[in-house]
Design a protein around this ligand. Structure first.
Ligand code: ATP
Length: 385
C-alpha cells in the first residue's frame, strides 16, 4: 500500500490519526448503466471501526457505490474485500452488514418489537433470548417501552432510531446508512446525528453513510470521501476537506466560499481587480499572466489587528448585513475590487464592538495561509481558443 494514497484507511496516512486497521477494501470498482458511467475505477479502503461518509451532489454515484457494497447492485468490474474475504459477487444475504434507508422501511403491520426481531428469527435462538435482545436494542434506541406499538404510532425520528437498532440487531460487521436523516426535520436531524455517532463509537461498528449534506458529513465522519461524476475527488478528515480542499469542486461544494477571478503574478502572488496579494497555501506553480480563480471563505477576512496578521490588507465598504444570530454575513466591496463584491462573516460581538452599519468603512486583511488559488480552466480555454 502506498503511503501517498489518501483513499486508504487512515492508519496508513496521517501520523496522528486514530488507528484503523483496514476492514473493507474496494478495488477498481466501475459501474455503467447502458452508456452512462455511474462509477469509474473507485479505490478505497475503510478502516475497522471507522465512520466514513460518501459526500457529493445528486447523481455523483454515492448511492450506487453503497448498493454495490451491499450487493444490491452489481459492479461491472472490481473487487470488494470485507474482513479479508472476497465478497465481490456474494448475494446480499451472504454479506455481513445492516442497512438503514432514508424512508425508515419498517413493516407497518408489525409491532416495533417484531420489527426489531425480524432479522433475529431463523437464527436458532430461543424465544426468550430473542426477546431479551429486542429489549436490549429498544433500550439502545432510547425507546424501551415502545415494543407493543406500531410504526405509525411513532414520530419519524423514533422510527429511524428503531430502523437503526434493527440494522444492528445481528451485530453486523458493517453498518450502511443511506441518507438516514434526510426525511427528518432540522431539529431532529441534529439530535439524531449525534446519537448515531455516539452509538457507532460505543459499538465500534465500521460505518459508511451516504449524504449530500456537508454539515452532516463534517460533524459525523472520521473521514469524508467527496465524490463527483462517478469518481472520488478527495478523501480526508473533515478538517482536511474544509481547510485543504484538493480541487475547485471540493472548495466550492464543502463550505461557503467567494470565488473571484484574477491573474497570477508568479511566485505565489496574485491580482484581483487592482488588489495584489500573497497566498501561502500550497498552489501548483502558476506562471505569471495565467488566469486564476481565488477562493476565499467568509471567515478568511480578518478585521482585528489586521496589519500584524497579514500584508494582504485593504479598505472595504459594507454594502449589506445579513443577521444570522451569533454571526452575520457582511457583503462588502474591497478597494480595487469593486466589480466583485464578497461575503465576509463576523461575530455578533465584533460587529457590535466595531459599530458597523451599511455604509461603514473598515480595514480587512486576507489571511495568506487560507486563500486557495486554482487555475481558471474556463478562462484558460477561452485564451487558448
Ligand atoms: P442522489 O443523492 O440523487 O441519490 P447519488 O449520488 O446517490 O444521487 P446515484 O443514485 O448513485 O447518485 O446515481 C448515479 C447516477 O447513476 C445517476 O445519474 C443516476 O441517474 C444513474 N443511475 C442510478 N441507478 C440507475 C439505474 N438503475 N438505471 C439507470 N441509471 C441509474
Amino acid at each position: 500500500m502506498s503511503q501517498q494514497n489518501p483513499c486508504l484507511a487512515p492508519s496508513d496516512t496521517p501520523p496522528n490519526a486514530p488507528y484503523f486497521k483496514p476492514y473493507l477494501t474496494l478495488e477498481n470498482i466501475s459501474k455503467s448503466f447502458g452508456n452512462f458511467h455511474a462509477l469509474r475505477d473507485i479505490n478505497l479502503s475503510v478502516g475497522e471501526g471507522e465512520f466514513v461518509c460518501f459526500l457529493g451532489p445528486s447523481g455523483c454515484g454515492k448511492t450506487t457505490l453503497l448498493r454495490i457494497i451491499a450487493g444490491l447492485e452489481s459492479q461491472n468490474q472490481g473487487r470488494i474485500t470485507q474482513a479479508g474475504k472476497d465478497i465481490s459477487w456474494l448475494p446480499p444475504i451472504r454479506r455481513d452488514y445492516g442497512i438503514v434507508f432514508q424512508s425508515y422501511a419498517l413493516f407497518p403491520n408489525l409491532t416495533i418489537a417484531d420489527n426489531v426481531a425480524y432479522g433475529l428469527v431463523n437464527r436458532g435462538q430461543s424465544r426468550s433470548a430473542t426477546a431479551a435482545r429486542v429489549q436490549e436494542l429498544l433500550a439502545l434506541a432510547g425507546l424501551p417501552d415502545s415494543g407493543k406499538k406500531f410504526p405509525g404510532q411513532l414520530s419519524g425520528g423514533q422510527q429511524q432510531r428503531i430502523a437503526l437498532v434493527r440494522a444492528l440487531a445481528t451485530s453486523p460487521g458493517l453498518l450502511l446508512l443511506d441518507e438516514p436523516l434526510s426525511a427528518l426535520d432540522a431539529l431532529e436531524r441534529v439530535r439524531l446525528r449525534s446519537e448515531i455517532r455516539q452509538l457507532q463509537q460505543r459499538l465500534g461498528v465500521t460505518t459508511i453513510m451516504v449524504t449530500h449534506d456537508q454539515e452532516e458529513a463534517l460533524t459525523m465522519a472520521d473521514r469524508i470521501i467527496v465524490m463527483n461524476h462517478g469518481v472520488i475527488e478527495q478523501c480526508g478528515s473533515p478538517q482536511d476537506i474544509y481547510l485543504q480542499p484538493g480541487s475547485p469542486f471540493v472548495a466550492s461544494f464543502v463550505g461557503k466560499v467567494n470565488i473571484l477571478r484574477g491573474v497570477s503574478l508568479g511566485d505565489g502572488r496574485f491580482r484581483v481587480g487592482l488588489m495584489e496579494f500573497r497566498c501561502e497555501t500550497k498552489v501548483d506553480h502558476i506562471p505569471a499572466g495565467q488566469p486564476v480563480k481565488v477562493y476565499l471563505r467568509p471567515e478568511d477576512f480578518v478585521a482585528r489587528a489586521v496589519e500584524q496578521r497579514t500584508h494582504n490588507h485593504t479598505m472595504a465598504e459594507v454594502k449589506k448585513i445579513e443577521f444570522l444570530g451569533a454571526f452575520s454575513y457582511l457583503t462588502v466591496v474591497l478597494e480595487g475590487m469593486e466589480q466583485q463584491p464578497v461575503v465576509a462573516s463576523m461575530s455578533l460581538n465584533l460587529l457590535k464592538e466595531l459599530g458597523l452599519v451599511v455604509g461603514s468603512k473598515l480595514r480587512y486583511g486576507l489571511l495568506p495561509e487560507r486563500i486557495r488559488v486554482y487555475r481558471d480552466q474556463e478562462q484558460c480555454q477561452t485564451v487558448a481558443a
